[in-house]
Write a protein that binds this ligand. Structure first.
Ligand code: ZN
Ligand code: ZN
Length: 336
């Protein structure tokens, strides 16, 4: 399903096309794709908030599949192995960011489905260094959302500074937040998780309740206790200010979004930042995040809620996601 130009998703711009099967180059693996998750970043790419580096582009960066070919020098995996591919597709390995373990900030990094062809397809190639073994306990369907929604949620939770006994606020309760609540409940059993959804978003509220949320309200509601930290997963600006307004002294808001569709409203220094409150973005993921998170997800275990689509239904899936009507994480089933 190929994107040829920036467009609104309502115009259903992703088109089914036949392209030649890619050939793995030095150290690359050829992956026959089984499932690929649908992420809000694809909406940002389609609608021009994060432009692909070239057109046409194949989007999709939560890829699960099996190795069907090895490029010269590739030796980490064997044909038939099941692997996952995430948003980080390549990093230079020697800039100041890469050397500090911050390859997510590498200026030369390439991103799956933005700079190189991604997972809305039957085949892809990737460096063997940027593919991850998938733990046995996950099906291809349940593994896909772990590769972005899960890994980046894990990174955001770490950056939030949440500790056992703390109060964590989650703004928005979609693909990533419903995984983060499960990690938080496992790692911080004495902590509390408060969930803020769009008003009237009953399905998201029901899922939050089922996954152990200690309080559920609408964005803008005043929670029963101040938050020690919060993660904002929403695509809009207002919740950043609302979260800062509900923070305890010294608290931190982490914004887990590649772009916002509306601006963050003006902040009042006394109300939103005084007493050492912080706001921090989370940008991309590292291989280390994926290597840490996937085994942890298997151990807990985290089983994502998924809504299944066929490859050719991806425009419709993205429209549901935009409207906030996706239940859990959308996943394309591409091969049996
Ligand atoms: Zn993503
Ligand atoms: Zn680098």
């Amino acid at each position: 399903m190929v994107l040829e130009k920036t467009s609104s998703i309502e115009e259903k711009p992703l088109k089914l096309m036949d392209l030649p099967r890619p050939i793995p180059e030095q150290n690359q693996i050829l992956v026959r794709i089984s499932t690929c998750g649908v992420c809000h970043t694809e909406l940002d790419e389609i609608e021009g908030r994060v432009s692909p580096s070239r057109f046409p582009m194949i989007l999709g960066h939560e890829i699960v599949g099996r190795i069907e070919g090895l490029g010269q020098g590739a030796k980490k995996f064997e044909e038939g192995d099941r692997v996952g591919i995430a948003w980080i597709n390549w990093a230079c390995g020697h800039c100041t960011f890469c050397l500090k373990g911050e390859e997510n900030l590498c200026d030369k990094a390439k991103w799956t489905g933005k700079d190189v062809y991604g997972g809305y397809a039957q085949y892809t190639v990737v460096s063997e260094d940027f593919a991850y073994p998938i733990p046995e306990r996950f099906t291809d369907m349940k593994a896909a959302p772990l590769l972005c929604a899960g890994v980046i949620g894990y990174r955001a939770l770490r950056l939030s500074g949440m500790g056992n006994g703390g109060v964590l606020g989650l703004y928005g309760f979609g693909a990533s937040a419903h995984i983060v609540i499960q990690v938080a409940k496992h790692k911080y059993p004495d902590g509390k998780v408060f969930v803020f959804t769009r008003p009237g978003q009953k399905e998201h509220q029901d899922l939050a309740r089922k996954l152990g949320a200690d309080w559920i309200g609408a964005a803008g509601d005043t929670p029963p206790e101040k938050l020690n930290c919060a993660i904002d997963f929403t695509p809009v600006g207002e919740p950043v200010r609302q979260a800062l307004g509900s923070l305890q002294k010294g608290g931190r808001v982490v914004v887990n979004a590649i772009r916002k569709v509306t601006p963050i409203p003006e902040l009042d220094y006394t109300e939103h930042l005084w007493y050492e409150k912080e706001v921090k973005g989370v940008a991309n993921v590292t291989r280390k995040d994926a290597h840490e998170f996937l085994p942890l997800a298997a151990e807990i275990p985290i089983i994502p809620e998924t809504q299944e689509f066929r490859l050719k239904e991806v425009n419709e899936a993205l429209i549901l996601l935009k409207e906030g009507r996706m239940h859990g994480a959308g996943v394309l089933k591409i091969a049996e």
